[in-house]
Design a protein around this ligand. Sequence first.
Ligand code: NDP
Length: 472
Amino acid sequence: DKADIGVTGLATMGRNLARNFAHHGHVVAVHNRTESRTTRFMEEHRDEGAFLPASTVEEFVASLERPRKAIIMVKAGAPTDAVIEELAAVMEPGDMIIDGGNAHYMDTRRREAALRERGIHFVGTGISGGEEGALNGPSIMPGGDAEAYKTLGPLLEDVAAKVDGVSCCVHVGPDGAGHFVKMVHNGIEYADMQLIAESYDLLRQALGLSPQELSGVFREWNQGDLESYLIEITAEVLGHTDPATGKPFVDVVQDQAEQKGTGRWTVQSALDLGVPVTGIAEAVFARALSGHPEQRAAARSLTGPSGTAGDSGLVEDVRRALYASKIVAYAQGFDQMAAASAEYGWDLNLGAMATIWRGGCIIRARFLDRIRAAYDADPNLPTLLVDPTFAQALEEAQESWRRVVATAATIGVPTPGFSSALAYYDGLRRDRLPAALLQGLRDFFGAHTYRRVDREGSFHTDWSADRAERSA
Ligand code: NDP
């Protein structure tokens, strides 16, 4: 008679999520601003389970079992605020509003605080996996308070993807933690895709391999360390022939990457937190560079090499460079989650984040088991790079990695992902960084002071006079 859960917003994601709940035996209330969408939903899916269609928000809320649980799956931003307000106006203390859209975590923090005042639990929830995932089991990253999770959690865990019998849903942490983690997931996805794209580009240019041949290379890579959804679909896309022209599909697609903004959000947040997520940043910037056709047309007159290089050994080199760079990109993303956890008091369990990304979401990969194992072994790992398994992988990969970056530079193929990952690796492991010189310069022009390696305290050198040093 009453619904276990409700979904408002029946576009691609909401529709499939509602069906997923119903397929798992839950009674689902469904609602959409424009009623025709609800009507169509019922026409198409009523046989799949128990749905309670509602034409108004009041009816929708009234059809929910207490404590009421309403998932919002509408456009992020102002539409989400509007729907929250409509729901909250007719809800009661103890009820739950779950935002499953791609909200910015700062919006989620704001909304959670405002609704808490009114006694309503607000659970900002990251959902990854696109329309397929929503239907068959996404990766679910709920934030909000632990009390809400007690009754909501089992429902979400039920419809999430499962890997080795473990649900890809866990209570991430309070307020905006879920949406933050979803954001970083997307940022890592950008980095992962950029590295794959560089691998393809370099091998195609250096060895003259065709997209068909490269499809085979990626298919083979998917059998090893790199096994992942993204590598698998890379083989699919590269192997696809455009039916209209008979050309490789990848050659008829305009080479200007678009973005919806979560990668940019990740980098903006990382800048604020002071975490060097160079892999994600380079990926966001590489997309931005591709999207400047006028500059690119003008720059075609600039000179540079464009030859071939290497032999079949380069394929294995690139595979290793890709793996090493991927480790770096993930290490940076996990650093960002650790930093946010400290900043906002979220107490994130990093190993659990790797666990819920193993299935359902876009970056699902075997690799995430290794990250989980690394945090299981040492929850306070200063960086994933020093986990013994990853440290060894980096050691094994690094000759190849350096050859790949050198080859790319020599023949003029841009590999910002590979290059910056290697620079990060070398930067972190370096005994002395030139930051010492930077400090000297800062003190010279701005009296910004510096610390010494041999004594406590801050110091300033009187650069314009006798160059005597004094305590600052
Ligand atoms: P859209 O983002 O395209 O949003 C369409 C839905 O929003 C419709 O139901 C529409 O209702 C509703 N809507 C828009 N404005 C309002 C408003 N002011 N008041 C009430 N309802 C409104 O739908 P998607 O299914 O693609 O995505 C839903 C959410 O999930 C988004 O936040 C998206 O970022 C996120 N997401 C999407 C993924 C994807 O792969 N598409 C993956 C993961 C998350 P109406 O029919 O009346 O216009």
